[in-house]
Design a protein around this ligand. Structure first.
Ligand SMILES: [Cu+2]
Length: 119
């Protein structure tokens, strides 16, 4: 009888610890989901930047990926950043460390424009 009770206590304790661990894990997951992403992507396709206007927080890394079958660039009008010529599926990344509005364009097709607003 005594042995059965202690086994039951051990089981309850083990189960309780495991359950508490699961709950802690759930909290961590929801906390991570609430954080703002520190990386985001702009796709270049069909002679346009998508999204054309992007709002990010300071410290965010933006990656431009050329999904078009034509070379493009991403160059800011104030020369804060300037990609090389990106062929299909090539990427360019820039980390925005200062708030501001960064307008940019494709130097090969200057009618292609976009904007990153850093807050
Ligand atoms: Cu272009």
């Amino acid at each position: 009888m005594r042995r059965i009770v202690s086994t039951a206590v051990l089981f309850a304790t083990t189960f309780g610890v495991a359950f508490a661990g699961l709950r802690a894990g759930e909290r961590n997951i929801s906390a991570a989901a609430q954080q703002k992403p520190d990386a985001t992507e702009v796709k270049i396709d069909n002679f346009s930047f998508g999204p054309a206007e992007l709002k990010v927080s300071v410290g965010t890394t933006v990656t431009w990926t050329n999904r078009d079958d034509i070379p493009h660039t991403a160059v800011s009008t104030d020369k804060t950043f300037k990609s090389k010529v990106l062929d299909t599926d090539e990427k360019f990344s820039f980390t925005f460390s200062k708030p501001g509005t960064y307008e940019y364009f494709c130097s090969i097709h200057p009618k292609m424009t976009g904007k990153v607003v850093v807050q």
